[in-house]
Design a protein around this ligand. Structure first.
Ligand code: NAD
Length: 345
């Protein structure tokens, strides 16, 4: 396995491989950049097919966190951690505590939080070994950042609609949401409250059923969501959903959702641009969660302060769309450049 010559290696400051024989822990922590502050990023537990797949994921995701925090104006760098294990079968208190000790050994250069395969309860176990954990919630409140992520996506979506479709309201706007889990369901409710018409899909029919009645939506099969006759496509399920085939099929003029790493390959951004589809860069639109997680570490936390910070996503994404339009390029390229400017400046 190559590390320094790995295609996703991007001058990461530190990559730590951690192992604990007793609990079976096999983990990688990647610290991409700490120039703006400690490297914060979630802990993912996933049964990767190979160590190389795990390394690819952690290298890419940690770099994404650096860019996300820089553009969300947070005093944080970018990091990420992965455990090679099946969260349904292998996740034990011993495994999580061993991970906590690994995080602690970095002395606060890396701060962990929830991600796919981990929960708030898991973070409490990790907290027994290290204080470098966020997303545990404040007294009596949930630490679930999903409502803030959804609100940030909503702000980005409104901005994208204004830029691409020239309208300020969402009344009758047709939006297809792929995945109505934690973030997608909140987004659906907020769009519905603002008059949008929704087309929803999810692999989980039960989750879909309850929500459909609540927001008066139409449902389609997971395969049909890309062909829906809508104005906006909101990917809120998986990464790498925007493939060449999907980019060519979409009827929507705007893509704006919560999923991380939506572009299957970087070239897809160009393909969407060529078709006149405005793509809201994922790590800009979905920064509401990390904004909340950072505020949870502060003593002056308040819902209003987090909301105000999340709503600044609108101004950032406006700037990205304006620059992209002026330069006749796609917003993903402008977002990366803006993030690098903030890191260097
Ligand atoms: P979640 O697991 O709660 O919801 C995802 C939903 O997508 C599930 O209901 C699942 O059944 C559905 N799904 C999976 N594959 C599907 C498919 N092929 N077609 C249709 N539906 C499918 O996850 P979440 O917390 O809502 O996060 C959604 C996405 O947003 C993820 O990519 C996540 O990484 C990203 N994200 C989440 C947050 C957050 O605050 N939760 C923050 C930033 C980014």
């Amino acid at each position: 396995m190559q590390v320094f010559d790995h295609p996703e290696f991007d001058h990461h400051e530190q990559i730590v491989f951690g192992c604990d024989e007793a609990s079976g822990l096999r983990a990688i922590i990647a610290i991409h950049d700490t120039r703006r502050g400690p490297a914060l990023g979630g802990l993912r537990i996933y049964p990767y097919a190979s160590e190389d797949d795990a390394l690819t994921d952690v290298l890419r995701l940690s770099r994404g966190m650096t860019y996300k925090s820089a553009l969300a104006d947070l005093p944080l760098g970018g990091g990420k951690a992965v455990i090679i294990a099946d969260p349904r079968l292998d996740k034990t208190p011993e495994l999580l505590r061993a991970m906590g000790r690994l995080v602690d050994s970095l002395g606060g250069r890396y701060i962990t939080a929830e991600d796919s395969g981990t929960s708030e309860a898991d973070m409490r176990l990790i907290r027994q070994e290290t204080r470098h954990v966020s997303g545990l919630g404040r007294a009596g409140e949930s630490g679930d950042p999903s409502p803030y992520t959804a609100h940030g996506v909503f702000c980005a979506l409104r901005s994208a609609v204004r830029h691409r479709l020239g309208r300020n309201d969402l009344l009758g706007l047709r939006v297809a949401i792929q995945g109505v889990g934690h973030v997608g369901a909140h987004l659906a409710r907020e769009l519905h409250a603002n008059g949008a018409q929704l087309v929803l899909t999810d692999l989980d029919r039960d989750a879909l059923g309850i929500l459909v009645d609540e927001v008066g939506a139409v449902t389609v099969s997971p395969q049909a969501i890309f062909d829906a006759e809508v104005d906006v496509f909101a990917p809120c399920a998986l990464g790498a959903v925007l493939t060449a085939d999907v980019a060519d099929r979409l009827k929507a003029r705007v893509v704006c959702g919560a999923a991380n790493n939506q572009l299957a390959t970087p070239e897809i951004a160009e393909r969407l641009h060529a078709r006149g589809i405005l793509y809201a860069p994922d790590y800009v639109a979905n920064a509401g969660g990390v904004i909340d997680v950072e505020w949870q570490r502060r003593s002056d936390y308040s819902h209003a302060a987090v909301m105000a910070h999340v709503e600044r996503i609108s101004a950032t994404i406006d700037e990205i769309f304006t620059r992209a339009h002026r330069e006749d390029t796609h917003p993903a390229q402008v977002a990366d450049r803006l993030a690098r400017e903030r890191l260097d400046g």
